[in-house]
Design a protein around this ligand. Structure first.
Ligand SMILES: [Zn+2]
Ligand SMILES: [Zn+2]
Length: 397
């Protein structure tokens, strides 16, 4: 089977799906129109599905194997962002203040393309194909609740692929793919710190416990963890992004609140530094007579692509596209992705499809109000995921 040709034959349909979905962006877990649209398309193709996992998620299954056959899954995210679209496209968002500015509309369209190819060629499938439509990738996260609600069960998923379109890795140009082995994207953690001192007159600090001074020490000490305690070849970022305290130039406030994000590529450094953050914050506050509350929230884990499966995927890709268009990504990015949860459960890979498109002479970044994607690369995403599904099921039947 020539998957590239098969995907090109349905290219117009994939583009139509993307444009339709682009017009109805919805955010987080509540995606009623997107959910309804996907269900309608699955109904038209006669594909069975379960809806309502993580509120708006859908798990579609193309049953094709015998009782004990393996199941291969394709995962797509579904959600948009709170951004007012400024692309000027004729199929721009019809939902004011919401926009598919990360390309998840195209992910759904390419996944629907895989569903179509799989259901129309069921007789050639050696196992089941599952398409997981997942809400809330941009937050608060849909992968984890979907797994908890059984997305990887009945039938049990044995392997999974997912992709991200756009310009996340600058070296991956339109029409190329980026393949990354091992550590690929960072965890996405957050923290809150409340420093409680004793307020008073700005001219008499000796009668106060100044939470502003304590907070600035804490910020410095947190940065020192990154420079002095983390293995220097293993990246980590701590950014205090919010500091709130005080109401007047001559009043030492009673409290300061801080919030920030912490990113690590490796679980070991994540565990080490998050524990040290708590110790350092408490000890600095204690030494300076302040009280402190520290909350660390473990968000999405790092995206880790297992080597064996990723090599296998690369081999499949080499049969679909020219070698020079398959880029091996060497360095991870500090952005996060909740595809990580699926990859913690089953072998698979998360790859990157180059495809940023110019609007007004410039390729705008993800989450920009003028972000757009190159529709001519969609067939590649569909062909790669479909061929991997068919080949992997055949090889592992
Ligand atoms: Zn995004
Ligand atoms: Zn995204």
């Amino acid at each position: 089977m020539n998957f590239k040709k098969m995907a090109l034959d349905i290219e117009d349909q994939i583009i139509k799906w993307r444009r339709d979905l682009h017009q109805i962006p919805e955010t987080q877990l509540d995606l009623p129109k997107t959910n309804e649209y996907i269900r309608n398309e699955l109904d038209k193709m006669g594909i069975e599905y379960k809806s309502g996992l993580a509120k708006s998620g859908i798990v579609a299954t193309i049953w094709a194997g015998e009782g004990d056959s393996k199941t291969f899954a394709v995962r797509t995210d579904m959600d948009a962002l709170d951004i007012n679209e400024e692309t000027g496209l004729d199929f721009a968002s019809t939902h004011e203040g919401k926009m598919h500015a990360c390309g998840h509309d195209s992910h759904m369209a390419m996944a629907l393309g895989v569903a179509k190819l799989a259901s129309e060629n069921k007789d050639k499938l050696a196992g089941n194909v599952k398409i997981i439509f997942q809400p809330a990738e941009e937050g608060p996260g849909g992968a984890k609740p979907m797994i908890e609600e059984g997305a990887l069960e009945d039938p049990a998923v044995d392997a999974i692929v997912g992709l991200h379109i756009g310009t996340i890795f600058k070296e991956v140009k339109p029409g190329q793919i980026g393949v990354s082995k091992g550590a690929t994207m960072a965890c996405l953690d957050s923290f809150q710190i409340e420093v409680e001192g004793k307020g008073g007159h700005g001219a008499m600090p000796n009668t106060t416990v100044d939470p502003v001074a304590v907070s600035s020490s804490i910020v410095q000490e947190l940065q020192t963890l990154i420079s002095r305690e983390i293995n220097p070849v293993r990246p980590g970022v701590i950014s205090v992004c919010k500091i709130h305290g005080g109401s007047a130039y001559n009043v030492i406030p009673g409290k300061v609140n801080m919030e920030g994000t912490a990113r690590f590529i490796h679980e070991e450094q994540r565990q080490q530094i998050s524990k040290r953050m708590e110790e350092v914050v408490k000890k600095v506050a204690d030494a300076r007579r302040a009280k402190v509350k520290f909350d660390y929230h473990y968000g999405y884990p790092p995206v880790f692509n297992p080597e064996e499966f990723t090599d296998y995927f690369k081999g499949v890709a080499e049969t679909v596209m020219d070698d020079e268009n398959i880029i091996e990504i060497k360095e991870p990015v500090m952005g996060g992705e909740d595809m990580a949860y699926f990859l913690k459960e089953v072998p698979g890979t998360f790859f990157f499809l180059g495809g940023g498109k110019e609007i007004e002479g410039e390729v705008h970044s993800h989450h920009n109000s003028k972000f757009d994607v190159e529709e001519s690369v969609f067939h590649l995403g569909t062909a790669l995921m479909a061929k991997t599904a068919f080949d992997w099921l055949e090889k592992n039947k």
